[in-house]
Design a protein around this ligand. Structure first.
Ligand SMILES: O=C(O)CCC(=O)C(=O)O
Ligand SMILES: [Fe+2]
Length: 319
């Protein structure tokens, strides 16, 4: 069922009928049809986090047919969306983080991929497809190892751990992330994310830029799959029974521009100042906004270790 649905939504000729794709912009209809239910926040008394809207405005839903699959309707401020876009494109793409471009370039070539692109090499812009942070995902072996581990960005760690707390996953520790860059013809085929040692911890998936059709099935390929739209700013949480479900992205659709349009004034803690300057300066922001007009950025953040563990391998003490 998953493969058949994936092929259906991926098709260009003929294009798919999108009426069955869950659209949380019409959440009232989905609630009426019993497709989704509202989930109350587990903590509401936390100080607001930079780049996120006040907690009393958040809308969180669970998909009724997929227990454990939570959807947070864009909780980011426009400034927040701009902030994470700049971080993903300009900063997280730098070494020593790993990217798909590493094997093809000398270290100095990919070091400032974003700057090289801005200084004329526009062809390189669409070649960046993924970056890994923290424990690097090994695409061949699918195994995380201690000697293939980098620094996890502090801002992304704090933001996802804040999100986790609000949703009731107090113990969540952000230790690995994949940043995916999609263009209008990109797809991500069906897979399960099962490399993490701790498969009970939830996985947080953030989307910025053009909207995607996200397809999620069950733990078996034969299980029924559900398509849903992910708009800019939306967050999906795969937890509990849905953590190991097949999922993929059969299509990116162009059309969304407004979500990151004009940054509002919000108080900014010192450590975010430098990036916020870029977000608020329209000419500095322009290349990032232009990128988002034809691309989608997805950041998915995982916990690898069991709660309280600090590394994968045990130290061996030799006396
Ligand atoms: O782009 C997405 O929404 C999903 C990405 C994903 O599933 C992954 O990187 O494992
Ligand atoms: Fe995935």
């Amino acid at each position: 069922m998953f493969k058949k649905s994936f092929k259906y939504y991926k098709s260009r000729k003929p294009p798919p009928n999108l009426t069955q794709v869950l659209d949380f912009l019409k959440s009232e209809d989905l609630l009426c049809d019993n497709k989704i239910k509202k989930v109350p926040l587990r903590m509401t008394n936390l100080d607001p986090f930079f780049g996120l809207k006040p907690l009393d405005t958040w809308e969180v839903y669970e998909i009724v047919a997929m227990p454990g699959l939570l959807f947070v309707k864009n909780p980011f401020t426009n400034l927040g969306q701009r902030y994470w876009t700049v971080r993903c494109l300009r900063d997280y793409t730098k070494r020593p983080n790993k990217s798909n471009l590493d094997p093809f370039n000398k270290p100095e070539d990919t070091k400032n991929w974003w700057d090289i692109c801005q200084n004329g090499n526009k062809l390189l812009l669409d070649k960046m497809r993924w970056v890994t942070l923290g424990y690097h995902h090994n695409w061949d072996t699918k195994v995380y190892t201690e000697n293939n581990r980098g620094q996890f960005p502090t801002d992304l760690k704090h933001m996802t751990e804040f999100l986790a707390k609000v949703l009731g996953f107090e113990q969540f520790s952000a230790q690995a992330a994949i940043v995916n860059f999609y263009h209008l013809n990109s797809t991500l085929s069906g897979h399960t994310d099962h490399s993490e040692r701790n498969l009970n911890a939830p996985l947080f998936s953030l989307s910025f830029g053009q909207k995607a059709i996200f397809l999620i099935g069950g733990q078996q390929l034969e299980d029924q799959a559900i398509p849903l739209f992910l708009h800019s700013g939306d967050i999906l949480v795969m937890s509990k029974d849905s953590r190991l479900n097949y999922h993929g992205v059969p299509k990116i659709l162009q059309g969304d521009v407004s979500e990151w349009s004009s940054p509002e004034s919000e108080s900014v803690p010192n450590e975010y100042d430098d990036v916020v300057k870029v977000c608020k300066d329209n000419s500095a922001w322009k290349p990032f906004g232009d990128y988002l007009k034809h691309s989608r950025i997805n950041v998915n953040v995982r916990q690898v270790l069991f709660d309280g563990e600090i590394q994968l391998s045990e130290e061996i003490n030799v006396f």
